[in-house]
Design a protein around this ligand. Structure first.
Ligand code: GLA
Length: 409
């Protein structure tokens, strides 16, 4: 109730400010969305309580009157968004919203191997350079995603130089990993603060993915384990920038015990061998029907890695909550009251859990795989999904209010 009253007075303040602005002959170029509120709700003060309720829901994330996710959760974790270099405009509603709501950012595609290192002798740094400059200018924390992955990686990494079919030797692949990781991590030393060193290297049953990296390098040093390419990447990254945080990132760690155990075992063994691993990234591409108690058990398993690295952290790296069940191929979902109640509860329960783990010093960031519902990989093939707290056109959804209420009065 207290929040409702506060929001109401904030909304009225915005309308009054808008009235004074419209009284001026010239409309300001950047009014942070106040004109949009006036356009939708007019400037008449005789609102019914239903309309006032509606107005509260319609506040946009870029408005000065809107709260800020990262400020609300500042005592717990960073809150982030995934962007593209095209989002670095310095102006507009999306930019205002993302800077107001988030304090950590990651590029959706442009820092992947195919984006940054398309040919063996040619790097492409322009977009990631711009991302790094943006981070410095605004003082935000940047995540680098990702140094090695089985997807979005050019073939040249795996072929003998100058051929397009002959497999490269293990030595050659290891040399390329070292050169690739060292060059990129060094270039962004002090500017990109955390790297997903490897992405999706496990199967859901906890075994290692049979990627070309694994096939070509395998157990190169003969010590009995097959993940020498992962060790090589982590070692090179730590050498290139001893202060950067190094993460092993994967999906389905929210529900698969076997996969989580697989990650635990390998990270433990790398830490015992003196290799720097700072944390595990949980992608957190989940559905509205996710069992948060199962997620809790998996966080517990990963938290055990603190025994081997006292500063070990879990990062939520790519969060979105789909409105569709796994395997449901329909294009639209009806956002009924009962559906939204379940949907909101999943988000709220997940955030409560993140806050608990943050209070224990184990979880330090929650990044969404987008900045609002207008752009999400979950909208492929004509589907319309609604996976974030911030909706289309940066509208603040009821889900947003429920989640942020966990951290503010
Ligand atoms: C994975 C990757 C991301 C992105 C998403 C889907 O989670 O880690 O980089 O490609 O898939 O868009």
């Amino acid at each position: 109730m207290k929040r409702h009253l506060r929001l109401l007075s904030l909304a009225l303040a915005a309308i009054m400010l808008a009235l004074s602005l419209t009284a001026c002959a010239e409309k300001p170029q950047e009014d942070n969305g106040i004109s949009k509120a006036v356009e939708l709700y007019g400037t008449d003060y005789n609102y019914t309580s239903d309309e006032l309720e509606e107005m509260q829901k319609a506040i946009f994330s870029f408005m000065p009157t809107a709260p800020s996710l990262y400020e609300a959760f500042a005592d717990y974790f960073y809150v982030g968004g995934c962007i593209n270099s095209g989002d670095l405009t310095g102006k507009g509603e999306n930019f205002t919203s993302m800077m107001k709501q988030f304090n950590t950012f990651v590029l959706e595609n442009e820092a992947k191997p195919e984006g940054m290192h398309p040919e063996e002798d040619r790097y492409y740094f322009d977009t990631v350079d711009r991302f790094a400059e943006f981070g410095e200018e605004y003082g935000v924390r940047l995540r680098g995603h990702t140094l090695l992955w089985h997807a979005q990686v050019p073939d040249w990494f795996f072929f003998k130089k100058g051929t397009s079919g002959e497999a490269a030797s293990a030595e050659q692949v290891l040399k390329r990993i070292d050169e690739h990781v060292t060059t990129i991590v060094k270039r962004y030393k002090g500017k990109i603060h955390v790297w997903d060193v490897v992405n999706e290297v496990f199967n859901d049953d906890g075994t290692l993915r049979n990627s070309r990296w694994l096939q070509l390098v395998g157990d190169y040093d003969g010590d009995g384990d097959q993940y020498d390419y992962i060790e090589a990447a982590f070692k090179a990254a730590a050498k290139a920038d001893p202060d950067v945080r190094l993460i092993i990132n994967d999906y389905n760690l929210e529900w698969s015990f076997a996969k989580t155990q697989g990650v635990y075992d390998i990270v433990k063994s790398m830490l015992e061998d003196g290799i720097k691993v700072d944390g595990v990234g949980l992608q957190m591409h989940i559905g509205f029907d996710t069992n948060i108690e199962t997620l809790r058990k998996n966080l517990e398993i990963l938290a055990g890695l603190r025994e081997y690295n006292p500063d070990f952290k879990i990062e939520v790296t790519e969060m979105d909550v789909s409105c569709f069940k796994w395997g449901d191929n329909s294009k639209r979902v009806e956002l009924t009251e009962s559906f939204m109640a379940q949907y909101n509860k999943t988000y709220v329960d997940a955030f409560k859990l993140f806050m608990e783990y943050a209070e224990m010093g184990i979880l330090d960031s929650v990044t969404f795989w987008g900045i609002n519902d207008d752009h999400t990989w979950l909208n492929s093939d004509g589907r319309i999904n609604h996976p974030f707290l911030i909706g289309s056109s940066n509208r603040l959804k009821e889900t947003y209010w429920q989640v942020i209420s966990l951290a503010i009065e």
